[in-house]
Ligand binder design. Structure first.
Ligand code: TNX
Length: 513
C-alpha cells in the first residue's frame, strides 16, 4: 500500500515535472550513455572545445577518426599534433580495462583517454562523442558551445563479441548502406558485423573461380528486384571501413541449405544436374547442396579460399541452419568435411546452432550462434561441453526483423513481437541453461531482410532495439535497469535525428521533444 502510494506520487511527479534536463541547452550529462559504462564519476565543470584545440594520439587512425567526427559540425580545424588538450594515450590505463576498455578523464583543461590498445581508445572516443551535444553529429556547421561534462569514466566490455548482422541476400543493400550501418553500430561499441552474403534469393559476393554465383545468382532478390553483388573491390572497401571503426567483418556463406542461388548458377552442383530457376519468394528449407558429389566440395573449397583471402578477421560463418532438404546423415558428412577446410585456411567456424547436430565433430575454435526460442537446448549444451563457444541471438529477443507490435508495418512475427523492453530485459549470461557466462562469446542482433528493401526500412527496425542489444553485450550485469535504460535511450534520439536515422518512436521510451 505504502509502496503503491509512493509509486503514484512518483508517477504524478513524472507527469507534472519535466524530465531531468539531460539534453537541455545542448549539454549532456555524464550518465547519459548507451551502453552504460562500468563506472562514472562526475565532477564539477566542463571542457570546452575551441577552434584550435589539438588532438594528440598514440594511434594515428583513432585520431583521424575523432577529427573526422568532430570537424564537420564544429567547423573547427582541430589539428592533430604531438601534444593537445585532447589526448589519446596507449599508456597509463588501469589493467582492469583489459584489451577493449578505456579510462576517460575530462577536466576544464582537457580530455584524456587512456587504453591498452587502439580498440580501447576507439571505444573511449565513442563515449566522448556521446558526451558532446547531439548536434555534433551534424554533417554541416552548427553553433556551439561544444562542451564535455567533467568527470572520470572507467569502462570495459562484458563480452568480447558484440555483433550486428545484416542480411544482404534477401534484399541487396549497397556498399554505402553497409558503411553507414557500420558508422552507426560503432556508436554503440559493437565490434563485429556479420554479413549474410548468400541465401536462396541471392549470392552477393564475387567469387572469381565461380563467376556465375554473383552474375547470375546475384541478379535478383525477394520480390524480383534487380538484386546486386559486391565486387571484391567493394567488399575490401567494406572491410577497410569496418577496420577503421575497429569492427571485424564476419562473412557468411550459408551451406548446405539456403543455397538456391548457387544451385541456380551451376547445374553441376545439383544432384540431378539440372539448375533450378532463381528464387524470389520467402520460403526457407527447400534447397541443398548435393553432399554426395565431389564437385560440391571443390566448390566449397574454392569459395572458402577466396573468402578467407578477403577476410582479415578470425571467423567465417558457414550457416548450417534450416537444412531441411538435407538428411541428418548427409548434413553431418558435409559439415564434417567443410568445417576443417575453413580451419586449414586459418579461420574459426561460426555456424547457426544447428551445426551442433549429434554426428558433427567439434572443430577448433568453433562458435555456435544460438537463435532458438527456448531456454534449454540439449545439443547446444553438449557442444559447449565439447568446447564450443556461443553467440547469443535468441530470435524472440534479438531478431530485429520481428515487428515491435501488431501495428508495425515491416517485419514478421514468427519468433515474437519484440518491443524495446523485450529486446533489453534478458540476460545473455544466464539465458540458456547449460551455457554458463564463461561459454558466451557474446551477443548479436541479426537483421533479416525478407521485408526490408530500403535503408529507411533497416533504420526503423534496428533503432532503438540495436542499442538495447548492444548494451547487453557491453555493460556489466550490475547496471542492467530498464528505468535507467529508457531514459538514456531517450537521450539518444536527438543524435539519431541529427544523423538522419528514422527510428521507431516506441511508446515505452520517454522521448523528449
Ligand atoms: C530464420 S535465423 C532464418 C532466416 C530467416 C529468419 C527470418 C536463421 C538462422 N534462419 O533464414 O531470414 O528466420 O526471421
Amino acid at each position: 500500500m505504502r509502496l503503491f502510494a509512493l509509486g503514484t506520487l512518483l508517477l504524478a511527479f513524472a507527469v507534472v515535472a519535466p524530465p531531468p534536463a539531460i539534453v537541455a541547452h545542448g549539454r549532456t550529462a555524464m550518465h547519459d550513455l548507451v551502453p552504460a559504462p562500468v563506472s562514472v564519476r562526475p565532477a564539477r565543470g566542463a571542457f570546452t572545445l575551441r577552434p584550435g584545440t589539438a588532438i594528440a594520439s598514440d594511434d594515428a587512425g583513432v585520431a583521424a577518426y575523432l577529427a573526422g567526427v568532430l570537424r564537420p559540425a564544429t567547423g573547427y580545424a582541430l589539428p592533430i599534433r604531438p601534444k593537445g588538450a585532447i589526448s589519446l594515450r596507449l599508456e597509463g590505463a588501469p589493467a582492469s580495462v583489459g584489451p577493449e576498455g578505456y579510462q576517460l578523464d575530462v577536466t576544464p583543461r582537457g580530455v584524456t583517454i587512456r587504453a591498452r590498445t587502439p580498440a580501447g581508445l576507439f571505444n573511449g572516443v565513442q563515449t566522448l562523442r556521446q558526451l558532446l551535444p547531439a548536434s555534433v553529429e551534424s554533417p554541416s556547421v552548427r553553433p556551439g558551445p561544444w562542451q564535455v561534462p567533467a568527470g572520470r569514466i572507467v569502462d570495459h566490455p562484458r563480452f568480447a563479441y558484440r555483433g550486428a548482422m545484416l542480411d544482404v541476400a534477401r534484399h541487396f543493400h549497397p556498399v554505402e548502406t553497409v558503411k553507414r550501418y557500420l558508422d552507426r553500430i560503432a556508436l554503440y561499441k559493437i565490434n563485429h558485423l556479420h554479413l549474410h552474403l548468400s541465401d536462396d534469393q541471392g549470392w552477393r559476393i564475387a567469387i572469381d573461380s565461380w563467376p556465375r554465383l554473383a552474375t547470375h545468382g546475384g541478379s535478383t532478390q525477394v520480390g524480383g528486384g534487380p538484386g546486386g553483388y559486391y565486387t571484391k573491390a567493394d567488399y575490401r572497401e567494406i572491410v577497410a571501413h569496418a577496420a577503421r571503426r575497429h569492427i571485424t567483418i564476419v562473412p557468411e556463406i550459408d551451406v548446405p541449405g539456403h543455397t538456391n542461388a548457387a544451385l541456380a548458377s551451376y547445374a553441376e552442383l545439383n544432384c540431378d544436374g539440372v539448375a533450378p530457376p532463381l528464387y524470389t519468394g520467402v520460403k526457407v528449407g527447400f534447397s541443398s547442396l548435393c553432399t554426395s558429389k565431389e564437385i560440391t566440395y571443390t566448390f566449397v573449397r574454392d569459395v572458402l579460399r577466396e573468402l578467407a583471402e578477403l577476410t582479415p578477421g578470425p571467423y567465417v560463418h558457414l550457416g548450417g541452419d534450416e537444412a531441411d532438404a538435407t538428411s541428418d546423415a548427409d548434413f553431418a558428412t558435409f559439415v564434417n568435411r567443410v568445417h576443417p577446410m575453413a580451419v586449414s585456411l586459418g579461420k574459426k567456424v561460426v555456424g547457426w546452432h544447428q551445426i551442433a547436430a549429434p554426428d558433427v565433430r567439434h572443430s577448433p575454435g568453433r562458435v555456435l550462434q544460438y537463435w532458438g526460442l527456448t531456454s534449454d537446448d540439449a545439443t547446444v549444451t553438449r557442444a559447449v561441453a565439447g568446447g564450443a563457444k556461443v553467440i547469443m541471438s535468441p530470435a524472440n529477443k534479438t531478431y530485429l526483423d520481428m515487428k515491435y507490435d501488431a501495428t508495425t508495418k515491416l517485419g514478421t512475427t514468427w519468433a515474437a513481437l519484440i518491443e524495446v523492453r523485450d529486446a533489453y530485459d534478458w540476460d545473455p549470461g544466464t539465458h540458456l541453461a547449460g551455457v554458463p557466462e564463461s561459454a558466451v562469446l557474446g551477443v548479436e542482433a541479426p537483421l533479416w531482410t525478407e521485408t526490408l528493401a530500403t535503408e529507411k526500412d533497416l533504420e526503423h527496425m534496428a533503432f532503438p532495439r540495436l542499442p538495447a542489444v548492444a548494451e547487453l553485450a557491453w555493460s556489466p550485469r550490475s547496471t542492467h535497469d530498464w528505468a535507467s535504460f529508457r531514459e538514456r535511450l531517450a537521450a539518444q534520439a536527438p543524435r539519431w535525428q541529427t544523423l538522419g536515422i528514422g527510428f521507431h518512436r516506441s511508446p515505452q521510451v520517454p522521448w523528449r521533444a
